[in-house]
Write a protein that binds this ligand. Structure first.
Ligand code: NAD
Length: 507
């Protein structure tokens, strides 16, 4: 393994990883990785060339020939070493993640930890990647299934979880016996690359994990390459739909986890303090840039009177640089993201929603350039307003009021997205009705961000997901393997010759 290349430029260039070598791209186009609190340029990211993408896929294709036959024990022992290394380097990587993405250090450690849990789960591959066996499906005939790796898989990841989401993908793909080409977010690939370095250190062999940097052209090249068998995408709905259609049209298995509008339904019997804490944390944590962030609060009946307390709770949150102690809400990822969010807040006002908390003019001493927006809350929101129809992906909550739980359920079910939702109540009967009737893939009961732990799968639904099988858990073993069914008869010497069977039945 060669050392990371140094460049003559003031900032480092993010390398590619091809066949176990750190490669400086010969790209002519670059993007900057920028600290969202300070605008300091941390690195430049090449938009890899077509031949570099082809080389990465070719390397993965070659490596598959041997990696697919590597014993399960050897694969899982690499994951055992990998989880230990991630644990050891978590704080150091969290600092890099905060610098490039903006979230608080504690949340950056959480980002890494939720990914680490997937690596821990990958260590159980011996019991996860098992086929089935039925003895005597006919006389002396047995049928069994093999869960075989499918080949070269690709992963395309978003900016908001640069640790967790890459770790949703390549560890499970690799431990199943596949090889992988990862395309990290061009906005914040530095912490992802630290995790890739640790995977190499843990013993992932050359070619088994490759990384190409870039944006649209690289993604399209991966989606159309004949040697790629499966594509995992996480990101926005527009791009996820494009990836699903393009890769699907090129014969690949695809899973696209996409945008969201997550409603939290609050019944008047909910524990008020716990609920307000949960809503403020889930709405404004990570500056609202989580696919499972609460973005709509539906107050039912008398809970509609809780708005002043929700506003008071939001005001207790400290806006600041993610690296500074005491910060609750960091900056949003980029100047462009801030502009987009400010535009949506302006349209909310214009369309008649009431701005009960305005975070637009928040000032953070020492960080005049930061992309900060303070917690912002709208009431009097209707379903046709742009603050409701768009995924804002910023620290903005919209609050709506309804009379009954039935109305709340109907409202949530009319929204096209199905990533996450929650109900806050002390009533088991109400919670059970909600979980049964709500048409959303991930439900929290007094839990604001119900992202499943990795022994289950991430199960967003409807407009938040394309493809049947979700990331991690048992579903992703199905996604990253091809089921082969074998029907076998072994004749022993005493078998009687019972003639030619011209029927479809096994005899
Ligand atoms: P994005 O769609 O802009 O980018 C995701 C990836 O696609 C990046 O690697 C990017 O380089 C690539 N890309 C961007 N434009 C492209 C194009 N035109 N053609 C091909 N590839 C392109 O998403 P983002 O802004 O990085 O992430 C935020 C979005 O991700 C939000 O919508 C959020 O809800 C969603 N998200 C969803 C989940 C989930 O599990 N459902 C999890 C995290 C984030």
């Amino acid at each position: 393994m060669s050392a990371l290349p140094q460049t003559a430029n003031a900032v480092p260039t993010v390398p590619l990883l091809i066949n176990g070598e750190w490669v400086e791209s010969s790209a002519t186009e670059f993007r900057h990785v920028v600290n969202p609190a300070t605008q300091e340029v941390l690195a430049r990211v090449p938009l890899a060339t077509a031949s570099e993408v082809a080389a990465a896929v070719a390397s993965a294709h070659r490596a598959f020939a041997t990696w697919r036959h590597t014993p399960i024990g050897a694969r899982l022992r690499i994951m055992l070493r990998y989880q230990a290394l991630i644990r050891e380097h978590s704080k150091r990587i969290a600092a890099i993640l905060t610098a490039e993405q903006g979230k608080t250090l504690a949340d950056a450690e959480g980002d890494i930890f939720r990914g680490l849990e997937v690596v821990e789960h990958a260590c159980s591959i011996g019991t996860l990647q098992q086929g089935g066996f039925a003895e005597n499906v006919a006389a002396t005939v047995d049928t069994y299934t093999l869960q075989q790796p499918i080949g070269v898989c690709a992963g395309i990841t978003p900016f908001n979880f640069p640790a967790m989401i890459p770790l949703w993908m390549f560890p499970m793909a690799i431990v199943c016996g596949n090889t992988f080409v990862l395309k990290p977010s061009e906005q914040d690939p530095l912490s992802t690359m630290e995790l890739v370095k640790l995977a190499v250190e843990a013993g992932v062999p050359p070619g088994v994990l490759n990384v190409v940097q870039g944006a649209r052209d690289v993604v399209d090249a991966l989606c159309t390459h004949p040697d790629i068998k499966a594509v995992s995408f996480v990101g926005s709905t527009a791009v996820g739909t494009h990836v699903y259609n393009l890769a699907g049209a090129h014969g690949k298995r695809v899973q696209s986890m996409m945008g969201a509008k997550n409603h939290a339904v609050v019944l008047p019997d909910a524990h008020k303090e716990q609920t307000l804490n949960a809503l403020a944390g889930a709405g404004f944590g990570a500056a609202g840039q989580r696919c499972m962030a609460t973005s709509v609060i539906v107050l039912v009946g008398a809970a509609r009177e809780w708005v002043p307390e929700l506003v008071a709770k939001a005001k207790t949150l400290k806006v600041g640089a993610g690296a500074d102690a005491g910060t609750d809400v960091g900056p949003v990822v980029s100047v462009a993201a801030r502009e987009r969010i400010l535009g949506l807040i302006a349209s909310g006002e214009k369309e008649g929603a009431t701005l009960v908390l305005d975070g637009r003019n928040v000032e953070v001493p020492g960080y005049p350039q930061g992309n900060f927006i303070g917690p912002t809350i709208f009431t009097d929101v209707t379903t046709d307003m742009s603050v409701y129809t768009n995924e804002i992906f910023g620290p903005v909550l919209v609050v709506m009021g309804v009379e009954t739980l039935d109305e709340a359920i109907a409202l949530v079910n009319r929204n096209p997205f199905g990533n996450g939702t929650g109900v806050f109540t002390q009533s088991g009967a109400a919670a059970r009705k909600f979980q049964s009737e709500i048409d959303v893939g991930q439900v929290g009961i007094n839990i604001p961000i119900p992202v499943p732990v990795p022994y289950f799968s991430f199960t967003g639904s409807r407009g938040s997901k394309l493809g049947d099988l979700g990331p991690y858990g048992k579903q992703v073993v199905q996604f990253y393997t091809q089921t082969k069914t074998v029907t076998a008869r072994w004749f022993d010497d005493a078998t009687v010759n019972d003639g030619v069977n011209t029927t479809i039945s096994l005899k």
